[in-house]
Structure formats: structure tokens, C-alpha cells
Ligand binder design. Structure first.
Ligand code: IMP
Length: 440
């Protein structure tokens, strides 16, 4: 039975939480397969925004959420999320993989120390400081702590002592201070308290998900971060530390690739990026500022302002190449309302190679690229309620300039569009059924 994957086609923050909120009710489970507390989804309960970092967005609609084996979990943050949801009257239905890895306090310290060292050499990533890289480093070095280890106290003491010893050496070598509270005995006490809060959620999610598939369940796999932050496919060192692309749903959940029958690509109507790294269509001007304010483009996890720019279709088509999207979801089209002329980058002009239509693999090459734009007439700025009313009446009632923009994207990417979002309210969603000629 099918697994459908949903991924962000840009640099994260594409509105995946909003898209999952629309889709979740069609599925039996929503499962996260990568990343950890670096991700941030804002979902709305009426007008009430709820920020989630680990918990899949579908839990708001009562759909059980799975935290898959590919995730790195910060228990302190996860438990806060669970408490927040309970305080809003939602009892989250969760299953946490016993194979997922734990982010511990010294990972966060190291994250900062490593990025500061990189900064000295002009190679800062600008991480979320949530300890993501160091946790995945431990996984690769095979010194990590998995969720399931908490259930086996006989080996836990040794593992925590090894981790303490290992990280003390690293932190001191990087010029930091290893805190007393990170020593194994103190840390164990804290972890045991946290375990009490989540014990009932811990299971072998690989076995669970595969049985669910055999029994005909539908699973939505929710990718975190964004395709161009993928550790293999993003531009180094400006990536996260996990694979973010749809293929990672297979390893990060323990389900065979042949189960994946649909891949949704979520893209924002413009481009944003948080942290360092190249962004060819960035607007360092009034228009960029306007998009930032209208789109409330401030990081859910860190509060940092997001860099804003025109839509970059080279980026999206490259994402399509890596993920083979079967459907696109375009979010935040309302944010561009009121801008007289809207530009879209559809190719790069490379100093030596001429016009190129893919993202080069190195920073040096990308720096030689100049975005090539085509210009669209803008559409009017409307109030949230006005967009919602238009959405109720259907696609044909959208401003014709906006439809032209959407249809250009569909044609350029040759991927059918599932739906558009024009506001944070669930009602501000339009399902699109464009004629097939559009895509050819
Ligand atoms: P890390 O994942 O915290 O190591 O951060 C690596 C890079 O990915 C930084 O530039 C972050 O700003 C960026 N990043 C990580 N997760 C997200 C996300 O969910 N949305 C947007 N940017 C992210």
C-alpha cells in the first residue's frame, strides 16, 4: 500500500506544515523521516499558531504521527511540544522510533563551537544551533545514543560515560567548557525523567509501519528542511546534516522505495533562505523587505529574518530532477499581492558555459551564475478574508495575472499542481485542475 512523500522544494520553510494540514486527513499516519529540532512548522488551530519542531503537523487533525528512525530527537524540545499541544486540548497520538538518535546538551554546544571555527575560515553554515550536525556525527561515528537505549539501563551507564568522555575531549579541543551537568550520572537522571514522559510512545516503527502498509494503511512521509539543504545535494557547507530528498523517506522510515507512489513538492511563490549560503535571486532591496514583512519571513526555530528573493525555477526544476515530483503545491501566493512587477528566474547565465538550467554542484561555479529573469504583471493585494472568499469560488476567480504566474510555473516544471494556498486559514486553499496541455 502506498507511501506518499511531501518535501520542500527550496531551502526549507516552504509551508510544508500548512500543506500537510490540508492533506493529512487522507492518510492513516504522518511520519517524519529526517532532521530534528532544526525543523519548524507553524500550524494554526483557528487563529492560534502552534510551532512544532518534531511532532508531524498531522497530529492537529488527530492523525497519528510517527517520529522515524532517520530523525534526531531533542527530548526537552519534544516534551515541550507535547505539553503545548495538551494545553490546547490536543492529545497527540505519537509513535517514536527506538532507532532514532538523541540530541544531547553537548551536541548543541559543539554545534556553536564548530560553526564559529568554520566562520574563521569564511565557511560558516549559520546552523540553527540545535545540535543537528554533531548528533548525526555521533551516528556516523557509532558512539551515539538511540531512543531505545533508554529502555536498557544495563548498557546505558557505559554509553553515557563513553559519550561524556568523547564529547569532553572534542569540546575542550574546540576551546569550549564541558559542563558538570553533562556528566553521565547527572545526564542519566535527566534522561530517565524525560523517558517517563515518552516511554509509552516508543516502539519499533519499522515493524509498525510495514505491518500498517500490509494492512492497507496510507502513510504520508513528511520531509523536514528542504531539498537544497540536503547533505549530498545542497551546496557544501551550506546544508543540513541529513538527506532531505524524497528518497530518504525509505531509509529514514525503513520502508522499501517501491512503496512510494506519490511525491509532493511544496514550493513558496518566491524564494527564502535562512542562514548562510548562496541564493542567486536574493533581493537586498525594498521589494525583498516588503516580501519579508508581508510573508512574516522570520525563522520558526530561531526567529532569524529569512532572506527573500524572486522565485528561482532553476532551483525547483533541479529539485524535480532529484525527487520526480508527481504534484506541486504552491504556497503564499497572496504575499506577492500589490507588487507591480514580479520576476521569475528561469535560467542562469554562467560566465564560461553560457545559459544553464540546473544548479551547479560547487559554490565556485554557482558564484559565476547570473539569474535570467522574465517579468510578470503583478496582482492586487487583498485582505485575508477576501482571498478566502475567492478560494471558496474556485481557481477561475483568481486574478488573471496570478493564474498566468501559476500556469507558467506548471508549464516550466511540467508537473501538475495539486493546490495553491493564499493565506494561513485552512479555507484559503484552492485545488487546481489545469488542462493537461498546460504541462506540455
Ligand atoms: P542545521 O540543520 O541546524 O545544521 O543548519 C544548517 C543550515 O540549514 C542552516 O543554514 C539552517 O538555517 C538551515 N536549516 C535547517 N533546517 C531548516 C529548516 O527547517 N528551514 C530552513 N532552514 C533550515
Amino acid at each position: 500500500m502506498p507511501v506518499h512523500v511531501i518535501v520542500g522544494a527550496q531551502w526549507g520553510d516552504e509551508g510544508k506544515g500548512r500543506a500537510v494540514d490540508v492533506l493529512a486527513r487522507h492518510y492513516d499516519y504522518v511520519a517524519r523521516y529526517n532532521g530534528g529540532a532544526n525543523a519548524g512548522h507553524t500550524v494554526y488551530l483557528g487563529n492560534d499558531p502552534i510551532k512544532l519542531h518534531h511532532v508531524p503537523s498531522g497530529v492537529i487533525s488527530g492523525i497519528p504521527g510517527i517520529l522515524g528512525n532517520g530523525m534526531v530527537i531533542d527530548l526537552e524540545i519534544l516534551i515541550n511540544e507535547i505539553h503545548t499541544l495538551r494545553s490546547k486540548g490536543i492529545t497527540p497520538l505519537l509513535h517514536i522510533s527506538d532507532r532514532a538518535h538523541l540530541t544531547l546538551p553537548f551536541h548543541k554546544e559543539e554545534d556553536v563551537l564548530i560553526d564559529s571555527l568554520k566562520a574563521k575560515y569564511g565557511m560558516r553554515t549559520g546552523t540553527t544551533r540545535r545540535g543537528i550536525g554533531p548528533t548525526y556525527q555521533d551516528k556516523a561515528a557509532r558512539v551515539s545514543l538511540r531512543v531505545g537505549d533508554l529502555l536498557h539501563s544495563e548498557r546505558l551507564d557505559e554509553k553515557l560515560r563513553l559519550l561524556g568522555d568523547y564529547h569532553q575531549k572534542i569540546i575542550m579541543a574546540l576551546g569550549g567548557t564541558f559542563k558538570e551537568e553533562w556528566r553521565s550520572s547527572v545526564l542519566k537522571e535527566k534522561l530517565m525523567k524525560q523517558l517517563n514522559e515518552i516511554k509509552s510512545y516508543i516502539i519499533d516503527t519499522v515493524d509498525f509501519l510495514n505491518k500498517a502498509l500490509e494492512n492497507g494503511s496510507f502513510i504520508l512521509a513528511e520531509g523536514a528542511n528542504g531539498v537544497h539543504l540536503d547533505i549530498d545535494h545542497g551546496i557544501a557547507p551550506y546544508t543540513t546534516s541529513s538527506n532531505t530528498i524524497a528518497g530518504a523517506a525509505s531509509t529514514g522510515l525503513g520502508i522499501a522505495p517501491s512503496n512510494i507512489t506519490e511525491v509532493y513538492g511544496v514550493m513558496k511563490a518566491y524564494t527564502t533562505r535562512v542562514g548562510d549560503g548562496p541564493m542567486p535571486t536574493e533581493l537586498k532591496n525594498e521589494v525583498g523587505k516588503r516580501i519579508q514583512m508581508a510573508g512574516n519571513e522570520f525563522g520558526t526555530t530561531t526567529g532569524r529574518p529569512r532572506r527573500c528573493g524572486w522565485l528561482d525555477l532553476v532551483l525547483i526544476r533541479h529539485s524535480h530532477l532529484l525527487n520526480r515530483f508527481t504534484r506541486l503545491i504552491i504556497t503564499k501566493l497572496d504575499v506577492l499581492g500589490g507588487i507591480e512587477e514580479i520576476k521569475v528566474c528561469n535560467a542562469y547565465l554562467h560566465e564560461e558555459k553560457g545559459i544553464i538550467t540546473h544548479v551547479p554542484s560547487t559554490l565556485e561555479e554557482l558564484k559565476q551564475c547570473i539569474p535570467q529573469y522574465i517579468t510578470f504583471d503583478g496582482w492586487e493585494a487583498l485582505k485575508p478574508q477576501e482571498w478566502k472568499e475567492i478560494c471558496e469560488q474556485g481557481y477561475e476567480t483568481l486574478p488573471k495575472e496570478l493564474r498566468k504566474y501559476v500556469e507558467y510555473i506548471a508549464k516550466q516544471c511540467q508537473v501538475p499542481i495539486a493546490f495553491l494556498t493564499l493565506g494561513t486559514d485552512r479555507g484559503a486553499t484552492i485545488y487546481v485542475d489545469l488542462p493537461t496541455e498546460i504541462y506540455h
